[in-house]
Design a binder for this molecule. Sequence first.
Ligand code: BES
Ligand code: MG
Ligand code: ZN
Length: 492
Amino acid sequence: MQISITTKSLQEWSGAVLLVGVLEEELQNQLKQIGLDCDHEIEQKLKINNFNAKREETTTLQLFSEKNEKLILVGLGTKKDLSLNYLRKAIANAIRGCISFNGSLGIFIPWEELNSAVTAEEIAIAARLSLYKDETYRSKPEPRSLPTKIQLIGISKETNYSEINVSSVCEGVELARELVNAPANHLTPSKLADIATNITQGSKLDLKILDKEACIELGMGAYIAVSQGSDLDPKFIHLTFRPQGEIKKRIAIIGKGLTFDSGGYNLKVGAAQIDLMKFDMGGSAAVLGAAKAISKIEPNSIEVHFIVASCENMINGSAIHPGDIVKASNGMTIEINNTDAEGRLTLADALVYACKLKPDALVDLATLTGACVIALGDEMAGLWSNNDQLAKKLKNSADTVGEGLWRMPLQKTYREGLKSLLADIKNTGPRAGGSITAALFLEEFIDKSIPWAHIDIAGTVWSEKDKGLNAAGATGYGVRSLVNWICKLNEE
Ligand code: BES
Ligand code: MG
Ligand code: ZN
């Protein structure tokens, strides 16, 4: 669905549902603006609904005017406390709460900042993503009426708003959500490769899919070891976006792509939520979602590589045993003391592969550790980086789009926990600081001269309930930050 802006004022706009953000100090004034001032009945209703325009307050009124049928009032609190972060969540929650639309939706927010393209686009993205619901697997989807169109009302005509940016980012996030929600019997490594192939069709993206033999040829012993316990073949996916004209920067993003993680012989038991481990390809979903968005936005002068080493972590007779020693494509030998720390094994070979492309920056996203969920919960991903500038830029992008991101330390002294008796390194350190040793493990496989960042999205990939922009289930976390970061590289 396209979301547009209009210079029409609140009084001029008419449609099915009008959503108005109301400032506490402006409540009476704004009601007047909407034309509700002398309507005693409405005032009564607001009183009954206890609506004072404070934060977290929302009320819906049925109107019988000729212009609009329904009015949603969203409390914004006081003007001085207003932030984009609060706004996008409040608007998303209000739209999701309004179950029936039968026409257009207009959104009016009394905030001058909305005349900046970034802010207007962010609100538009929030509005659209709030309507997302995955009905793919229901035989009879619940009937739902969506708005026929959405407009941001009262935006200055100077605002440089881009509908393409909004729809591309949303399509990217929606794809990522769809992929993460997809169960492991529907989304296999081959299917993921097919989807990657589809994204390249009719776009400027180049496609390369390496099969098992090609990966063995490249010496990817760590990645192949994880895949060997499954009846399904691994698929190594590499998409490239090459802009026309001069290339100023080359970057690579890698996503963990485990379409299922049983844990292997260190099987996930008890509270480990094995049934949720279809989401263990959330990193790859973010990468492919970003690829889709970037292929539509077509930013200038940035070459982007999108890389996924996809497979399943399963337990057939050929599966790795705990204690196996394998060799990664940089020549390092790894003792697999825990088969459930499989993501880092697949990423190891993907990182080596990506470094050979000599990128100016390298970012990986992975549902890597339960420890990260314990540390940061489901609203904050962890960020580790060997480069302060890169970390700052990623954090900046995450802040702009409202995805929680928190920098964590690459505590070098913990590297000791990965020492192996027999091999160069083992894949699992002590329980304490488990996300940090995971990051330190990854660092062993990069070219140290390349700015690198690792984002652990184990907590943020999934939402237990409807919350802000997220519907319960897959969040599509990462797409919005990545796209923002990539597009801004241009401005440097
Ligand atoms: N995919 C999991 C991480 C995970 C756990 C993501 C819970 C989301 C929720 C990963 O492959 C894993 O199993 N990690 C282990 C590592 C451990 C064996 C060192 C973990 O976190 O328990
Ligand atoms: Mg695991
Ligand atoms: Zn995993």
